[in-house]
Design a protein around this ligand. Structure first.
Ligand code: APR
Ligand code: ZN
Length: 376
């Protein structure tokens, strides 16, 4: 590491203080250099994801002030001591679920189930933060141990996954959350095989990613369900072979479209009523996969006979069961081959100063995905 790289930097970042409603402020914070096993990444693109909105709208509590954002891609610009797998100049996608890499779950190929992960603590895995207030030195916290809506971030080496440089940064950023989650739900959690029928409830950023991954897996038909005609049109562009507006007779119409219920159904909204209905959309022996995150503490009721008599399977999905070091390059490869069309998932490219407008557009249900681009 060179002398210059070891210095604390002044970095512009989108910060949530919780003192001005749901508004973020773009501020200059101090970012300490990467320590042992860490890298500093110049962020080039950061997606505006629903999980950030949960915090801004008071649905989930996190330590404040928080540097928001967790869906990002960029270029390694400094490496700490002991970093073996990355070098300055590498293009990387950030994994926000920072597993310890050493416990039984991690060693067994389930890093998303890591018992020591600190992904929700807003701290790096060593329990510290590299962020502080540029004026008074008080701590600031990286949301989901990432804090990616910033010109630069420091993360552990294992949270920055090297990918092919030909993947544009805006697309690459989505691989770290929405696209990776959708791909993983299909490939890892549901293990969809060619020819299976599928239904996806909710065609937002995550739902469209699931649809694209279903097409990659060869599912047919792929039925999209949403309350918005505009979202259903996007779903058809992403690979859905059919689209249904939500309504009271939804289960009946899904059964008609899939010849008796889908082999596999995905909930990609995080609402209890749609989660409860999911097992009714699949055939006996089918799989219902829960991807959307409901508000804390809400219960989902399911008819026991659907499980014990009709043999339906409920599958939980956390970060798509991703093994980032294996799955991010796979997703990037599928994109580069043309088999996984991801460009259309991005509906707006904005600057860091437009971050509040991007969240407002999400609240109005206008955009699939806004991506913040950084020029540095
Ligand atoms: N029936 C069908 N579709 C609905 C309904 C409903 N009752 N209510 C909302 N929707 C649709 C919206 O129109 C929108 O297209 O669900 C979609 C939700 O998409 P987004 O708000 O863009 O959310 P997204 O970023 O895709 O995340 C979905 O996954 O990872 C989690 O935290 C995330 O819980 C969130 C979920
Ligand atoms: Zn996300």
């Amino acid at each position: 590491m060179t002398e210059a790289m070891a210095e604390t930097m002044q970095v512009r970042a989108a910060v949530f203080r919780g003192t001005d409603g749901d508004r973020l402020s773009v501020e200059t914070l101090a970012l300490a250099p990467p320590e042992h096993g860490e890298v500093r990444v110049a962020v080039r693109a950061a997606g505006v994801c629903g999980s950030d909105r949960h915090v801004l709208d008071g649905e989930w509590q996190v330590p404040l002030p928080a540097v928001m954002g967790h869906e990002a891609a960029g270029v390694v610009e400094a490496v700490g001591a002991g970093v073996r797998g990355l070098a300055v100049g590498n293009h990387v996608v950030i994994a926000w679920h920072q597993a310890c890499q050493r416990c039984g779950e991690c060693a067994g190929g389930k890093p998303w189930a890591c018992t020591r992960a600190r992904s929700n603590d807003s701290l790096l895995p060593d329990g510290t933060t590299r962020w502080s207030d540029a004026a008074d030195g008080s701590a600031a916290f990286p949301y989901l141990a990432t804090g990616a809506m910033a010109e630069a971030i420091v993360v552990p080496e294992f949270a920055a996954i090297k990918i092919d440089e030909r993947v544009p940064f805006d697309v690459a950023s989505l691989i770290g959350c929405s696209v990776g989650t959708g791909y993983g739900a299909v490939a890892n959690n549901a293990r969809v095989v060619a020819g299976e029928s599928a239904v996806v409830v909710g065609a937002g950023g995550v739902g469209l990613s699931i649809i694209a991954a279903l097409r990659l897996a060869g599912a047919n038909p792929i039925v999209a369900v949403d309350v918005s005609e505009a979202k259903l049109a996007e779903a058809e562009r992403a690979g859905a072979t059919g689209a249904l507006l939500s309504g009271p007779d939804l289960a009946e119409r899904v059964h008609e479209a899939t010849g008796g219920g889908a082999d596999v159904a995905f909930e990609a909204i995080g609402r209890v009523p749609t989660m409860q209905q999911l097992p009714e959309l699949i055939r006996p022996g089918g799989r219902a996969v829960f991807v959307g995150l409901p508000p804390e503490g809400q219960k989902v009721e399911i008819d026991g006979l659907l499980l014990a008599y009709e043999g339906k399977t409920i599958i939980g999905s956390n970060y798509g069961g991703l093994v980032p070091a294996r799955d991010f390059p796979r997703v990037a490869g599928a994109y580069l081959s043309g088999a996984l069309p991801l460009d259309d998932l991005i509906s707006a490219r904005v600057g860091l100063d437009e971050v509040n407008e991007a969240f407002d557009a999400m609240r109005r249900g206008e955009r699939t995905r806004s991506v913040i681009l950084f020029e540095r």
